[in-house]
Design a binder for this molecule. Sequence first.
Ligand code: BES
Ligand code: ZN
Length: 618
Amino acid sequence: MSMASIINPPRDPNTLSNYNNWISTHITANLEIFFDQKKLAGNVIHQLKSITHGESQDILLDTSSLDIEGVKVDGKVSKWELLPRLEPYGTALKIKLDQGVELHKVVEVDISIKTTDKCTALQWLTPAQTSSKKHPYMFSQCQAIHARTIFPCQDTPDVKSTFDFNITSPLPVIASGLPDRHLSESTVSGKNLYRFHQNVPIPSYLFALASGDISEASIGPRSVVATSPDKLEECKWELEADTEKFINTIENIVYPYVWGEYNVLILPPSFPYGGMENPIFTFGTPSIVSKDRENVNVIAHELAHSWSGNLVTNASWEHFWLNEGWTTYLERRILGAVHGEPYRHFAAIIGWKSLVDAVEHFGHDHEFTKLVINLKGKDPDDAFSSIPYEKGFNFLFHLENLVGKDKFDKFIPHYFTAFRGKSLDSYEFKANILDFFASDKEAAAALNGIDWEAWFYSPGLPAKPYFDTSLADIVYELSAKWESLPESSFIPQASDIHGLTANQIVVFLEKILAFERPLTPELSRLMGEVYGFSKSENVEVTNLYFQVGLKSGDTSIIEGTTSLLGRIGRMKFVRPLYRKLNEVNRPLALETFEMHRDFYHPICRAMVEKDLFGKKDN
Ligand code: BES
Ligand code: ZN
């Protein structure tokens, strides 16, 4: 942690902890998984170091919807209280110490807890909701501020701790640490103790657990994929060609991977994100497994977080672009190194479109369209969008173009070395890059010409950079033919899309969606039939095709849409589909949501509820 965060007030406005007085350096989580009660219970032990000049007094930790059963400080029962709830941050746990604690002294705080049914970080699935249908399943998703609903913690990306996980479960367990593979100890009643260690300090949002009918297969020399036994083969096929290639590639761009193993857990379909960069074990949606290896960019992305985010971390969610913009940049550097520069530019073109859509969704003046945002009093989930990813990517791409790629290549390892193991904000980023190029006259002059204020704080779109469109042009031409219908003589044929990758189809469908005059229902239907879109295994494709159909009033896609909404809970697909369905047929949108609400993850359920019923500001 840097000095800045020792000064009052803490630079993260989304925590109620007093992490400017104490920092948690190590956490031991002893938790048992009770599938029947849908609860975790046990105790969590923090090693808390005093960082107050003078003496530290009370300890404040984040909690939300947690049952606290007791607190011990250095082995002795301690006084504690829960402060009044403060939305959307929860309830601070105040632990009273008998006496002040001197600078740099450590106390051990042991808190007994149980999660509740209001826990937003966990989803509990019945056997029927899993792929093999045999066993229940549970998994966590802590980013951004949900860890506090599992255990009391300093729930801020500005504090990092090492972890020991001791997890008892009747079913295999995965956590965000290195497994003690030979050390799973049987306990009474058929439960096992699973141990993991995370010796690289990590923030609370990277705490992760999953347990269920999970088996593993190798996908590389330092990688396994873990998933339901009946899906293992297809997951292995999807990932084994690229995973180690990607690791080698990014190691050459930044520096060697520090975490030991890089594994992927493919979750049940209600997983609300595409992927989550939990250390050692990336968590991924099953929609990555599209049987065409066309969604492995999600792996490149989550892998890249092993440097951007997990080692070098945004100090608060207001500087989220430092995590996601950098990761999107590195993801595309990996893809560019493997498939060539035009591919990197093609990915950036897809990104630019999602940036434009996000800015239009929020409105060009909206706070959340800035690179650095104000989150005081706000829920970071409400600010979540493509903007930190794509405005962040474009900012870094702009910097690369300004100083030149070769020079920028040297800056990358410098930056990731300077902030390795630390958390930083945008101002430290600026100081770091200016400092690195200070002695290079040409680069320094270019960087001094940057309007930093505008990049950080102007809402709306930045200037559009030059992108190589060679991979996009071919689908732009095809979409122009569709736009000329029904007046023109163009006759669509299956061969129109021969040789196109699924991602080129994605760009094609996005162009169609952007037509000022929507396709007629007949043409939408024809497109689906001739190109086979509604039967595609690639949800990126079906999702967009269904949006085209909804926009054109083509009723033949309605059933496919409502059925997809019951099969995949990834918000990237679920939220736009509900929004579009709501526009054309609100009763059907509401009915479909009611039908599937138990299938969705609590975060997804809450976001769709906001989209369908809620305030307009998210
Ligand atoms: N860290 C994010 C997911 C996330 C962000 C979870 C904010 C909770 C709050 C992850 O790395 C991510 O960006 N996933 C993307 C992958 C895509 C950009 C390749 C996703 O889920 O779609
Ligand atoms: Zn990410």
